[in-house]
Design a protein around this ligand. Structure first.
Ligand code: GLN
Length: 250
């Protein structure tokens, strides 16, 4: 039993390191045929436009869409969340291709640019109910997206108050697009819809491994009985050392 991590760009090494910490094999995915060897997939954070261009170049979109449609568990973190959304706003001119499947509208850079990145303690009752531990979890938001609207089948796992400046503006401007936020005072930052999990923040950069174990439980629920293989993925010793040395922000 193995978990694939889309390894085109972004924080795929960090996800593989967390999987290793909890005893699960993470496999780098760069080609469509490699998806056949994995039972679940993590799409990491990074830069969604770049990732989309690379995915297009490697002809990955049809296989990724098929993977989602087959009901296999897929977790998108940050740029990965944008990838999974049915609709994205605040995109660069011409937009970008999405995998889709997650019934929501996501704002690509909702919280602003790189320098507006932040950390926050999020209330996560559903995660705590399933995984134990504290009722809150640290969210690392890096040029983070947010979910503005979600369909009826989408379960909200965490939300976050809209920064007051955005509320006074009652809109968010990205490039030449103006997006109405309306009267909401919160945006959604973590969701689950059947086989899909999405977080606007980066659990792979914290010491809290509960999001990863929650995702692994989804594998069991979605049909694969969690007989995870442990230990080495196919990388050499130097790469292994690099992963073990990746920083964990506490
Ligand atoms: N907002 C970024 C994008 O559009 C995602 C940032 C991230 O993944 N940390 O791709």
């Amino acid at each position: 039993m193995a978990v694939g991590v889309l390894a085109l760009q972004g924080s795929f090494n960090e996800h593989i390191a967390v999987l290793r910490r909890i005893g699960v094999k993470g496999i780098e995915i760069r080609k469509p045929e490699q998806l056949q060897n994995v039972h679940a997939l993590i799409i990491p954070g990074g830069e969604s436009t770049t990732m989309a261009k690379l995915a297009e170049y490697h002809n990955l979109f049809p296989a990724l869409r098929e993977f989602v449609k087959m009901g296999k568990p897929v977790w998108g973190t940050c740029a990965g969340l944008i990838f999974l959304a049915n609709k994205a706003v605040g995109q660069k001119e011409g937009g970008q291709e999405l995998i889709g499947g997650l019934d929501c509208t996501v704002h690509r850079n909702f919280f602003g640019s790189q320098i507006q990145s932040f950390e926050a303690e999020l209330s996560v009752p559903e995660l705590a109910a399933k995984e134990g531990g504290p009722q809150s979890s640290r969210g690392v938001f890096i040029r983070a997206p947010a979910i503005l609207e979600a369909g009826p089948e989408v379960e909200v796992l965490a939300d976050y108050p809209i920064p007051s400046k955005k509320l006074t503006d009652s809109k968010s401007v990205t490039g030449n697009q103006e997006v109405k936020i309306g009267s909401k005072d919160k945006v959604i930052v973590a969701v689950r819809q059947g086989n899909l999990l999405a977080t606007a923040f980066h659990p792979e950069l914290t010491a809290d491994t509960r999001w990863h174990s929650y995702f692994l439980k989804m594998m069991a629920e979605c049909g694969d009985q969690g007989n995870f293989s442990t230990g080495g993925d196919d990388i050499n010793d130097n790469q292994q050392q690099l992963r073990n040395d990746l920083p964990i922000f506490q």
